[in-house]
Design a protein around this ligand. Structure first.
Ligand code: THG
Length: 608
């Protein structure tokens, strides 16, 4: 067990308070921010707080020391904006590593000082990783809903640079905080996990999200608490929590919910209330009013880590530490291992859930009408196809841009970004459908929820399979695995069993993929083609489904239902009846979900 996990087993840990307000109190002028080194820098630097890690390190060290003396167990480094994307505003995009490293060193020096006086205490430096000043999920241009301030790849590069600096400076933990754009946060976790995989020193990872609209229970990008949690639940987190934007009164119901659903430690560091410029301190909550409210959260069993964000001071932290002393920390709840996806809202697939409809129509190979719209660049009209699928009952949308005449990667990116601006569509999780890995990866870099990748298989051997599945987990997606291997596509029951069992073993044992994030597709093949061997294809799929559900625990089963009736193209009455009869038996055998023409399914009992 790591030292921090040990502490959290024993008691509630105390996080520090605001850095910004403490720096403001020093009333530093432009020259103080610049120091000797940046005296002639072409940009104004007053207010560039992270720069003080190198120009006024003793001030930063002193603030950390005050928080440690007030009783904080964990101090956050002064590195909120110490990455290339935010630093570009000061033409300092090359200083991400250096400011991050210097920030961790300031905090460690403060720890070293306090440790001399109180050697029995435990102290932790959390490398603070902010959201950057750009968003990858929301449009930056009112005239172009597909415009983005930054990209996943830029974010990963910037976060990796910052993380290396924090670790080289001695950070004990990494805290991805003030998350307002879940896609940005996923890029941060991707960068961190990639560094860990490449051999850098591994430390516990913490996450903290910022919600603004407490009344509607949504974050800045429109996600619910549960949708947010599902989006980042692939990360091996020490803790998840909330900070900033809200005071304790507004944050309370959100923390209560997060505490109920997250099977990791929970943190909270609210602002000292909502900012109010008429007040002398700018914030309404004093140490005396804040501490009892957070004590009540602790008494309710919601907290493992608690501190303050904007407007809080060492005085707040001191009273807070006293208020929660001796309170039993939250016990981590046991969460049922269901399949959990998300768009703006969460989708949970339980063993007893109804069949999940996946909309098939946003597919250029499956719908000539959709293909025409995309090829003609009529994306607005193409969006209405997605909307119709959701209105028709689709709980997931399958998006496929595999068409020879298209730049499939560009089309995937553009369409997903447009979907992200339509809350009535992106409330549901997305399924990125392509036979090309590059297109799947582009999809993953443009979705803030927890999506499904459709699909991978053992077609090109184990090495490729493992490589792709490893990345899919790191991107935070579930995956459709086709019953396909080096020898070809499985059509018999035995071959379907053999390939699915082998894939399951590799995914769960070699990669540590969660069984509930695996969705097998044992191939819905076309019947009644005129070739006798094809006549049992539907039955083989149904029997394979039954076998998978009995023998591969946790895994789900899906299929492309409309494939079964391709022999009857043009006769929709027959096709719809076939789909309905097929589903009637497949669902009984355990089929969890299927790619269907949502809204066009006949009712089995009503078929003449
Ligand atoms: N498994 C997985 N993914 C898949 C499939 C699968 N993705 C693609 C496909 N199969 C599922 N999607 C469709 C979409 C449309 C149709 C069939 C499967 C379809 N379209 C009509 C046709 O071609 O006749 C179009 C009719 C029209 O629009 O005019 O049948 O198996 N994992």
């Amino acid at each position: 067990m790591t030292p921090i996990a040990q502490l959290l087993q024993e008691r509630i840990a105390i996080l520090d308070g605001a850095m910004g307000t403490m720096i403001q109190q020093r009333r530093l002028d432009e020259a103080a921010f610049r120091g000797e080194r940046f005296r002639d820098w072409p940009k104004d630097l007053k207010g560039h707080n992270d720069l003080l890690n190198v120009t006024q390190p003793s001030i930063i060290e002193d603030i950390h020391r005050q928080y440690l003396e007030a009783g904080a167990d964990i101090v956050e480094t002064n590195t909120f904006n110490s990455q290339a994307i935010s630093l570009a505003d000061y033409q300092m995009q090359n200083l991400g590593y250096e400011l991050s490293k210097a920030g961790a060193e300031c905090a460690q020096r403060a720890v070293a000082q306090v440790r001399t006086a109180q050697p029995a205490r435990r102290y932790f430096v959390a490398g603070a990783i902010g959201p950057t000043t750009r968003t990858s999920s929301i449009s930056t241009d009112v005239n172009n809903p597909g415009a983005r301030g930054t990209t996943y790849d830029e974010l990963v590069a910037a976060y990796a640079d910052q993380t290396r600096g924090l670790l080289d400076g001695g950070a004990d933990l990494l805290l991805v905080e003030t998350i307002f754009d879940t896609l940005n946060a996923k890029a941060a976790f991707f960068a961190i996990e990639q560094l860990f995989a490449n051999g850098v020193r591994q430390v516990p990872i913490m996450a903290s999200v910022t919600f603004i609209q407490a009344g509607s229970n949504r974050g800045v990008t429109g996600q619910t608490v549960e949708a947010f949690w599902n989006s980042i639940s692939h990360v091996p987190l020490l803790s998840v929590g909330m900070n900033c934007a809200l005071g304790p009164k507004e944050m309370r119901p959100l923390i209560e919910e997060l505490s109920r659903i997250a099977p990791v430690y929970v943190s909270a560091h609210p602002n000292a209330g909502l900012p109010n410029p008429l007040l002398p301190t700018g914030f309404p909550e004093t140490p005396d009013t804040l501490a009892p409210q957070l004590r009540e959260w602790a008494d309710s069993g919601w907290l493992n880590i608690v501190g303050g964000c904007c407007g809080t001071t060492p005085a707040h932290i001191k009273l807070l530490a006293e208020a929660v002393r001796g309170v039993t920390p939250r016990t981590i709840p046991r969460i049922e291992p269901y399949t959990r996806l998300s768009g703006l809202e969460a989708l949970t697939i339980r063993p007893d859930s109804n069949f999940v409809n996946i909309g098939e129509r946003t597919n250029v190979t499956g719908s000539p009408a959709f293909a025409k719209l995309i090829l003609q660049g009529k994306y607005e009209d193409a969006l209405s196809v997605a909307r119709q699928q959701v209105e028709g009952g689709a709980q997931i949308i399958d998006v496929n841009m595999d068409e020879g005449m298209l730049d499939s990667q560009a089309a995937m990116e553009k369409f997903l970004r447009l979907i992200a601006s339509e809350p009535d569509i992106c409330k549901v999780p997305l399924m990125v459908d392509s036979s090309k890995w590059d297109v799947l990866e582009t999809g993953l870099k443009n979705i803030q929820g927890k999506p499904v990748v459709n699909s991978i298989s053992l077609k090109e051997g184990e090495h490729k399979f493992i490589e792709q599945a490893t990345l899919i987990r790191r991107y935070g997606a579930a995956v459709v695995v086709m019953a396909f291997d080096e020898k070809g596509q499985a059509d018999s029951l035995e071959r379907k069993q053999e390939i699915c069992a082998r894939s399951y073993r590799i995914l769960t044992e070699t990669i540590g993929f969660r069984p509930t994030d695996i969705i097998f597709d044992p191939n819905v093949l076309t019947v009644a083609t005129g070739i006798d061997e094809h006549n049992n294809y539907a039955v083989n799929f149904i029997e394979a489904t039954r076998w998978i559900k009995q023998h591969l625990p946790g895994a789900r089963v899906s299929g492309g239902i409309s494939n079964v009736s391709f022999s009857f193209r043009g006769n929709n009455v027959v096709r719809e009846a076939m789909h309905s009869a097929f589903l009637y038996h497949a669902i009984k055998a355990g089929l969890d979900m299927g790619i269907v023409n949502a809204g066009q399914l006949a009712v089995y009992e009503e078929i003449p």
